[in-house]
Design a protein around this ligand. Structure first.
Ligand SMILES: C[S@@+](CC[C@H](N)C(=O)[O-])C[C@H]1O[C@@H](n2cnc3c(N)ncnc32)[C@H](O)[C@@H]1O
Length: 285
């Protein structure tokens, strides 16, 4: 792999203040249509319209070999499927790569993409994403890239959907892309899952919105959200809490959550035992 450029390479100065140039993203694919519409809509579309990012989609066949613009071939040693050849990728990178580029290969065996990597990539200036298909990429392509990313432990048919996942996650982190409050409080931003959110109606099928949220008491709402964020993380993704530094307030709220959860578990076990005993009475001849 080549070395990764610094996240601040390419910053320019304006009136003494560093101004971010748009994040430039090149996508190398055999199926450009798979990428066009999703990147033209909603937040990705708005981010580009506002000049925060420039996205270019390239058909890899442009660098294909021979009359048929071939980009893949059979696998040496035998086996099903076609493998992406290194020459078209190398030719594309020769044309597109700059000193500030970060070249990313989408691959199920890569680093599992997460919010920390998304923040890191959002701070860079030029990303090139390679989207293989079929059986994947010739091993030597790995020597041409800076980062290999997987979006999870499952196999998709090609790198386009993983690339969309990566690019969409990055775009919404660009300063000015969306309300800063939204990205600051959502899941993983502070290493926790997000707290429960509610909208109207106040009661839906006997399920009421927690009273604190309609109290107008901002500090109580803040504490409730932090506590419920800790509770949800503790219940669903306890490993996220393992190495996460905690403020004193968080540690206190987490201790409360842990106590409440064990009381609730004991109550539930007792209720189950009572129910089982009652059922045994009913069943007794
Ligand atoms: C059918 S897959 C190839 C799988 C490959 N033979 C393997 O077993 O690892 C074709 C391409 O889809 C992309 N892909 C599939 N699953 C992925 C994942 N979980 N994360 C990132 N890219 C993925 C990669 O670009 C991959 O080269």
């Amino acid at each position: 792999m080549t070395t990764e450029p610094s996240a601040t390479d390419g910053d320019v100065e304006m009136a003494g203040k560093p101004v971010r140039p748009p994040l430039e993203i090149e996508l190398l694919t055999l199926f450009p249509a798979m990428l066009q519409d999703p990147l033209a809509e909603s937040i990705p579309g708005r981010v580009q319209a506002r000049g925060l990012a420039q996205i270019r989609i390239h058909d890899m066949r442009h660098w294909g070999l021979g009359r048929h613009k071939s980009v893949d071939d059979y696998t040496y040693g035998g086996g099903a499927g076609m493998v992406l050849r290194p020459e078209p990728v190398a030719a594309a990178l020769d044309e597109l790569r700059r000193p500030d580029s970060t070249v990313i290969l989408l691959d199920p065996g890569g680093e599992v993409f997460g919010q920390a990597r998304a923040h890191d990539l959002a701070a860079r200036t030029h990303l090139i994403l390679i989207c293989p298909r079929y059986e994947g990429a010739d091993e030597r392509i790995r020597s041409l890239v800076d980062v290999e990313l997987s979006i999870g432990d499952y196999v998709l048919s090609g790198g386009e959907i993983p690339a969309l996942v990566v690019v969409d996650t990055i775009l919404r982190l660009l300063p000015g892309a969306i309300d800063a409050g939204s990205t600051a409080e959502e899941s993983f931003a502070a290493g926790l899952l997000e707290y429960p959110q509610y909208t109207r109606p106040p009661v839906f099928r006997d399920l009421a919105v927690p009273a604190v949220l309609t109290s107008g008491h901002h500090e109580a709402v803040r504490k409730w959200r932090l506590k419920e964020s800790l509770r949800r993380t503790w219940r669903r993704r306890p490993e996220l809490l393992e190495d996460r530094p905690m403020s004193r307030e968080e540690a206190r709220l987490l201790a409360e959550v842990s106590h409440e959860e064990s009381v609730a578990a004991a109550d539930a076990a007792e209720a189950e035992a009572v129910q089982a005993a009652e059922q045994a009475d009913v069943d007794r001849p």
